[in-house]
Design a protein around this ligand. Structure first.
Ligand SMILES: Nc1ncnc2c1ncn2[C@@H]1O[C@H](COP(=O)(O)OP(=O)(O)O)[C@@H](O)[C@H]1O
Ligand SMILES: [Mg+2]
Length: 353
């Protein structure tokens, strides 16, 4: 399309960070691929940050991936993988602060690698207040040289208009292709499940000792663990089987074996703690986790296959063998559950674990 070609020449002539926004299925990924090819063909170092955590092409679902364009690409996942940030959810929902942090981190990494045209392909969430806040926070974090808006009608003007009036970024409007094809919910889910499956295979079980790694985005491991006597006391006050308990500044964190959480009033009174967090062992089963190395860089996704609280060990199913797992330094807890064949098994809210 003529407008796409003009946009490509404009960006290649004066490259910078380009934020691509548009509704779901408007053609953002197709457009990003096209624009990246134009920049690459003009000799500009080009990278793509895939910030669409649901329909991700670079890196596994639930991550923000970075790919370098080192040859003409037909599809976005023809880029050379250069890193990812674990968001832990395939929908922005309660995780949108991590999406913004991850997008900024990957753009920064692209810059450090030397890319000059850095395209950020965003999620199709453009409706309502939530869409506006998400785009605004990414815009603020990235300070893009360009915002390329792709639309059928004027559905993203409520976002583009205010950005344009800020004056700091060039706003480029291009039409959506009439050949852009909508995908059903089922098609999207299937796409994600296949991608999860691909990234988790060959599914290998490996163990990680809690004491050796950082557990992130969970209360687990953040407080002072109670000894067996303390645990027995908590169990008696709860009237339930308790596997693990930790004291935090204002809270008590308790993991136990129950289907329905027991009443915690007696426990709260006896310990004088304002907050009692009761977590069922089941809550951890199949939780999606991100595995990071000593530099804090994403290595792989995994799912929790089991936790042995007595031995202080967890078993993780991922593509990493035991020897590779030994090099993992942090386990980041996600907000969704996934089976090892890629099937999605529901979501949890941050704060639940
Ligand atoms: N210009 C185009 N020519 C042909 N097919 C297109 C074009 N733009 C989009 N499509 C098709 O429409 C669908 C949605 O496009 P995509 O770029 O994935 O959208 P988005 O990233 O906004 O969700 C895809 O199947 C894609 O191949
Ligand atoms: Mg896309």
């Amino acid at each position: 399309m003529r407008e796409w070609a003009i946009a490509g020449e404009q960006i290649a002539g004066d490259p910078g960070v380009v934020m691509v926004i548009g509704a779901a299925d408007s053609g953002k990924t197709t457009l990003t691929t096209f624009l990246a090819n134009v920049c690459h063909s003009r000799g500009v170092g080009t990278a793509i940050v895939d910030a669409d955590v649901g329909q991700s092409d670079i890196g596994p679902p639930g991550t923000i991936g970075l790919g370098l364009v080192e040859a003409p690409i037909e599809r976005m996942n023809d880029t050379v993988f250069a890193g990812a940030y674990f968001v832990g959810s395939t929908t922005p929902g309660s995780h949108f602060h991590y999406m913004v942090a991850g997008t900024a981190k990957m753009v920064d990494k692209a810059r450090r690698i030397g890319a000059r045209a850095i395209f950020v392909d965003t999620t199709g969430l453009v409706q309502g207040g939530f869409g506006r806040h998400l785009k605004q926070s990414k815009f603020d974090a990235l300070r893009p040289a360009y915002v390329v808006g792709i639309q059928r009608g004027d559905e993203i003007e409520h976002i583009l208009g205010p950005f344009e009036r800020c004056g700091a970024s060039k706003i480029v409007r291009v039409p959506s292709s009439p050949r852009a094809r909508p995908r059903s919910r089922d098609e999207r889910r299937l796409f994600r499940e296949r991608a999860f499956q691909r990234h988790l295979s060959p599914v290998t079980l490996a163990e990680i000792a809690f004491g050796r790694v950082a557990l992130l985005r969970t209360l687990l491991g953040s407080g002072r663990a109670l000894d067996p006597r303390g645990i027995a006391e908590v169990a008696a006050l709860l009237g339930a089987e308790v596997s693990h308990a930790e004291l935090l500044p204002r809270a008590l964190y308790v993991v136990g074996k129950w289907e329905e959480a027991p009443g915690a009033r007696r426990l709260a009174e006896a310990l004088g703690r304002e907050e009692i967090h009761l977590v069922s062992e089941n809550a951890f089963q199949n939780l999606l986790v991100g595995l990071l190395d000593t530099a804090g860089e994403f290595v792989a996704e995994g799912v929790i296959a089991g936790i042995d609280f007595q031995a202080r060990r967890m078993t993780i199913a991922s593509s990493l063998a035991q020897a590779e797992m030994e090099a993992i330094r942090a386990v980041v807890f996600g907000a969704m559950k996934v089976a090892t064949d890629g099937r999605e098994m529901g979501r949890i809210s941050p704060g639940d674990i």
